[in-house]
Design a protein around this ligand. Sequence first.
Ligand code: G3P
Length: 218
Amino acid sequence: MKFFIDTANLEQIKEMQALGIIDGVTTNPTLLAKEGAEPIEQLRKICQVVDGPVSGEVIGLTTEEMINEARELSKIAPNIVVKIPFTKNGIKAVKILEPEGIKTNVTLVFSQNQVLIAAKAGASYISPFIGRLMDNGQNEIDMLWESMEILNAYDFKSELIVASIRNTRHVIESAKMGAHIATIPFNVLEKMFKHPNTDQGLEAFLKDWEKLQGELKK
Ligand code: G3P
């Protein structure tokens, strides 16, 4: 399973990258706006830090606008992936961009129908937003299972990026179903490292070791 980090913050990316667990990065207009930097420049900096796929999103709503923006974004670095919102115009753009060699990540996906259409269009990546489904009171885990069943039932090349992850359980559920990628926020990655028994156990081991050293000196 691949881990992407869902952030546009360079410090967060570098910190997790240093642990060797990050395979790519996803951003969106909101995440880039949080950083307050010029978006193209910020994406360029991220691409310099990470070898794997880095998603940047188009803003235009017509197919033509999306295609033009995607072509510009793809000039930033070879590892740029262009996020395209799931709309009819977006799907048309995916059909044109993928054969040009521009990788797309269809975003704002909320249903199995949308997953199937994005896969048929030939998207490299498809991003269901499971946290927002959960917020709506919908069963986000069932939606993921069925999406994976659909992708596995045929020879679709699309990889599923589980997005809008809210907690560590979302990552574990994604792993259990063999989802290709989880794009995980920094705070959730931090929580995945933590367990109180690990800290308490380590403290006890060190205390006992020190006690033994003291006894041996007597
Ligand atoms: O990758 C999509 C993600 O950034 C959306 O997350 O938390 O805004 O629903 P959220």
